[in-house]
Design a protein around this ligand. Structure first.
Ligand SMILES: Nc1ncnc2c1ncn2[C@@H]1O[C@H](COP(=O)(O)OP(=O)(O)OP(=O)(O)O)[C@@H](O)[C@H]1O
Ligand SMILES: O=P(O)(O)OC[C@H]1O[C@H](OP(=O)(O)OP(=O)(O)O)[C@H](O)[C@@H]1O
Ligand SMILES: [Mg+2]
Length: 281
């Protein structure tokens, strides 16, 4: 099975990192290489531009691909979304110069919009019944209203810094995006694809969990059980030659501070908190 992964740009590193954490170590990937093997002999990584990945998957060159939802919607390809991988969160917005004539989408009638996302922009205009020209650019979209190339833009924003720097204000939100795992419809039920989905989900599930280990005097075990909101209850092990048990439990990261304090108070000691790489339920 081939999996298409962004070859550069901001999505490359987090995508490779996720594959690593999922246990699919990439082997012998020299930079600028188009293919790489993984520890699984049946899985090959194919590196491509984020914008081209929907096409690679649609063509069947890769069974699945990792890319932004914005790219998949723009491609018009009917790929199947399998897992939201949670990074690359951004919004595609309609924006126009602050203090300019465009204050609402309808003000664009007869005007023009510059964008790297012509298909999404045309669909947006059609849905809103606005007749405006779409000017296709391949970058630095935020500049175009200031050189009279367009009246407004449809572009990506996340922190809002680029829009602010270019004195552009958001008129409307067009689309929300994040990076997701997409499959060709024919590969959705492929056993390897299912394994990959499970592996990714296990990494994402583990991200906000911590593994807590501690020693507990046997007579305090009931009190300890009461303060841990355990995932299916704690694992309790006898410590040889001692009236102490070792207790292991998975706890939500957001509860760790409170739980550790409570555990200490009811008599646990040697409390150890560690991250979890994967959690397969
Ligand atoms: N500022 C941002 N914040 C969050 N996600 C973003 C941002 N900009 C882009 N993305 C996401 O990343 C995807 C690819 O954008 P990126 O700019 O990294 O790729 P690229 O344009 O191929 O690379 P480069 O800009 O280096 O040429 C976008 O389609 C979008 O899903
Ligand atoms: O809201 P912000 O946090 O400022 O992010 C938005 C900017 O990020 C992206 O550009 P990128 O950095 O990828 O540069 P590029 O135009 O060269 O692709 C996008 O095209 C916006 O310009
Ligand atoms: Mg970019």
């Amino acid at each position: 099975m081939r999996i298409a992964v962004p070859n550069k740009g901001r999505l490359h590193d987090p995508s490779v990192d996720l594959l690593e954490r999922a246990g699919l170590h990439i082997e012998s990937a020299a930079s600028r290489k188009l293919y790489a093997d993984t520890v699984d002999p049946e899985v090959t990584v194919l590196f491509a531009r984020a914008a081209d990945i929907p096409e690679y998957v649609w063509d069947g060159a890769a069974a699945v691909g990792i890319t932004g939802r914005d790219q998949v919607v723009e491609s018009g390809r009917d790929l199947v979304e399998l897992v939201d991988l949670g990074f690359g969160r951004c919004r595609l917005v309609l924006a126009a110069p602050e203090d300019g004539a465009i204050e609402a989408p309808d003000d664009l009638a007869g005007g023009s919009i510059a964008t790297e996302f012509p298909r999404i922009t045309r669909e947006y205009l059609q849905e809103h019944g606005i007749d405006a020209d779409v000017v296709e650019v391949t970058g630095a979209t935020e500049l175009t209203p200031h050189v009279e190339m367009a009246d407004a833009i449809v572009d990506i924003t996340s922190t809002g810094t680029t829009l602010r720097m270019n004195r552009l204000g958001v008129i409307d939100e067009v689309l929300e995006s994040s990076v997701r795992l997409y499959a060709h419809p024919d590969y959705v039920d492929d056993p390897k694809v299912t394994q990959l989905v499970t592996a990714f989900e296990s990494v994402l599930d583990a991200e906000d969990k911590r593994y807590v280990m501690m020693n507990v005097p046997s007579e305090k075990l009931d009190a300890v059980r009461e303060v841990i909101p355990g995932l299916g209850g704690p694992t309790v092990m006898d410590v040889a030659g001692d009236d102490t048990v070792a207790v292991h439990v998975v706890v939500d990261e957001s509860d760790v501070f409170e739980v550790v304090n409570d555990l200490k108070e009811v008599g646990a000691s040697g409390i150890l908190v560690t991250e979890i790489e994967r959690l397969v339920e």
